[in-house]
Design a protein around this ligand. Structure first.
Ligand code: BJW
Ligand code: ZN
Length: 250
């Protein structure tokens, strides 16, 4: 790995009593999950994900939107966590073993952090694995893989939808409050694989920066936050994070 990790960055993580990690689609890229802004492949190439991830799209074409999310659900089922997910889970274990606090915030809906062994993950944009009725909100259980019908009906006459947060929808108040409280209290904030353009999550880093606490970004590309963070580690999460965690002796 060519990315050099500054010693001060390693020490900031090694000495922190409370670490917040915020992840986005980039952490799952090396598991073969397309990031949100990647062009979709094959059958789905003609659709813009930004236009499918809305309540209006589901209302207009529930079959199309159900098929898209079900395709993604199966894609996530059929892949595995990568070394980036593993390093985050290792860092959580190391931090908690030594009596510290670790808060893992993710915008991802794929469940790969949990499969890598992370616990208490705050899924700010929901989960592909928790569907519910769009009309009566009843949670759906034992969904077939793939779904049997597109869209799948609820007993109330409504349709099932994925338990994710679409554009224009509110994030869970409790999750957002917990995320903000962690950002207000942490000693170091690590942002991994997010383009940093989707609010309110993109604003969480400001709660850390304003206090002068160190912030770290892991991303192969420049983001709107690159000029603001204390350290920008340029490279893929699956390489940078294991190197970072190794260097603190987790
Ligand atoms: C790698 C890598 C490797 C690649 N290693 N890295 C303030 C200003 C302007 C607009 C707004 C605002 N506040 C709210 C808005 C509106 C809107 C918004 O933010 N719009 C912007 C786009 C302008 N926000 C909302 O609508 C939110 N709701 C809201 O504000 O509600 C208000 C309300 C209050 C009360 C009542 C009602 C309403 C909701 C936002 C929900 C976003 N949902 C989605 C879809 C989830 C389901 C699904 O996946 O289908 O969440 S959108 C999509 O973007 C998804 C992602 O979680 C999210 C963030 O994307 P992410 O994770 O950053 O991925 P990418 O693809 O953008 O970037 C990948 C990155 O990885 C890149 O940087 C790569 O370089 C990098 N990378 N390989 C490391 N190997
Ligand atoms: Zn219903």
């Amino acid at each position: 790995m060519n990315t050099e990790i500054p010693e001060a960055c390693i020490q900031a993580i090694a000495n922190a009593r409370h670490i917040v990690v915020l992840t986005g689609a980039g952490v799952s890229a090396e598991s073969g999950i397309l990031t949100f802004r990647d062009a979709l492949e094959g059958l789905w190439a003609k659709y813009d994900p930004r236009e499918l991830a809305t309540p209006e799209a589901f209302e207009r074409d529930p079959e199309l939107v159900s098929r898209w999310y079900d395709m993604r659900r199966l894609m996530c089922r059929d892949t595995s966590p990568n070394p980036g997910h593993g390093a985050i889970a290792d860092l959580q274990r190391r931090t908690e073993r030594s009596g510290g606090t670790f808060t893992l915030l993710t915008q991802n809906i794929d469940g790969l952090h949990q499969r890598a062994g992370a616990s208490d993950v705050i899924e700010l944009h929901g989960s592909l694995w928790k569907w519910r009725c769009a009309s009566c909100y009843t949670p759906a259980t034992d969904l077939p893989e793939p779904l049997a019908e597109f869209p799948s009906p609820c007993a109330c006459g409504g349709f099932l939808r994925p338990g994710v947060v679409w554009f224009g929808e509110a994030l869970s108040h409790d999750d957002l409050t917990a995320a903000a409280a962690a950002c207000d209290a942490c000693d170091v904030f690590l942002s991994v694989g997010t383009s940093g353009v989707v609010y309110p999550v993109a604003g969480l880093i400001d709660l850390v920066s304003v206090r002068g606490a160190p912030t770290i970004e892991v991303n192969p590309d420049v983001t709107p936050q690159s000029g603001q963070v204390t350290w920008s580690l340029r490279g893929p999460a699956g390489e940078v994070l294991p190197a970072l965690v190794d260097s603190i002796g987790a």
